[in-house]
Design a protein around this ligand. Structure first.
Ligand code: KIV
Length: 267
């Protein structure tokens, strides 16, 4: 079993091998995804929405991400573990960013960190990578800027935005990042960015021409029946499965079917 590392992901791009990435927030899910063979597990600040039930990712703290990353690390043997840098844990200064990234590595056992933003984050990325910490960039629809965007809208549709995203991708690579998430941008732009840089791009809502794909695990499994964005393909309907299983449990307890003698201790 070969451990997946940041340099290995760069090799995958060179070989034209697609990268698969998913989020996880606890050891049980991490173990299942790791054993299934996914290359990258991200402890995303999406945990604010799918775990904490918030409207946005903005209230997630560094302590929250450290806690979940440490749990996820216990479930992983092979996958590359990336921790998201939450809102306001890296925007104040490159020094603050390095300190936060260091905590995610030392206390969370992450192997890399991810942060949002374009060309304006180059200095921060340089600072973190200079300490030997691999950084994954994230551009396009960056959820920590939801209020600036006025909602969760596709980015890079007009020429000016597209130019900014392409320049950002190049600046992020230049600053030393080893991979780049492209979120909710038109596929022709994602293709152009992917062809313009040598580090792997990992898309979500960015079409098929990126070097890899990432999804939030709860979305892939169909846990929320109300969440149906265009980019999402649900590979299971766990909402229905869980509702049916719990419904059966309730019925059997009420009707004194469960627990029967096979599920009880005699002496
Ligand atoms: O927080 C998250 O889960 C993410 C991925 C969806 C890219 O940033």
């Amino acid at each position: 079993m070969k451990k997946i590392t940041a340099p290995y992901l760069k090799e995958m791009k060179k070989k034209g091998e697609k990268i698969t990435a998913l989020t996880a927030y606890d050891a049980t899910f991490a173990r299942i995804l790791d054993e299934a063979g996914v290359e990258v597990i991200l402890v995303g600040d999406s945990l604010g929405m799918v775990i904490q039930g918030r409207e946005t990712t903005l209230q997630v703290t560094l302590e929250d991400v450290i806690y979940h990353t440490r749990a996820v690390s216990r479930g992983i043997k092979r996958a590359h573990l990336v921790a998201d840098m939450p809102f306001m844990s890296y925007q104040i200064s490159p020094e603050q960013a390095l300190e936060s990234a260091g905590r995610l590595i030392k206390e969370g056992f992450a192997e890399a960190v991810k942060l949002e933003g374009g060309v304006e984050r180059a200095e921060t990325i340089r600072k973190i990578t200079s300490a030997g910490i691999p950084v994954m960039g994230h551009i396009g629809l960056t959820p920590q800027s939801v209020h600036k965007f006025g909602g969760y809208r596709v980015q890079g549709r007009d020429e000016e935005q597209a130019r900014y995203l392409l320049e950002s991708a190049k600046a992020i690579e230049e600053a030393g990042a080893y991979a780049l998430v492209l979120e909710s941008i038109p596929w022709p732009l994602a293709k152009k960015i992917t062809e313009s840089i040598s580090i792997p791009t990992i898309g979500i809502g960015a079409g098929k021409y990126t070097d890899g794909q990432i999804l939030v695990i709860y979305d892939l499994l169909g846990m929320d029946k109300e969440f149906n964005p265009r980019f999402l393909k649900k590979y299971a309907d766990l909402h229905t499965l869980i509702t049916e299983a719990v419904g059966m449990y309730i019925k059997e307890v009420k009707e004194e079917i469960f627990p029967d003698e096979n599920h009880s201790f005699e002496g």
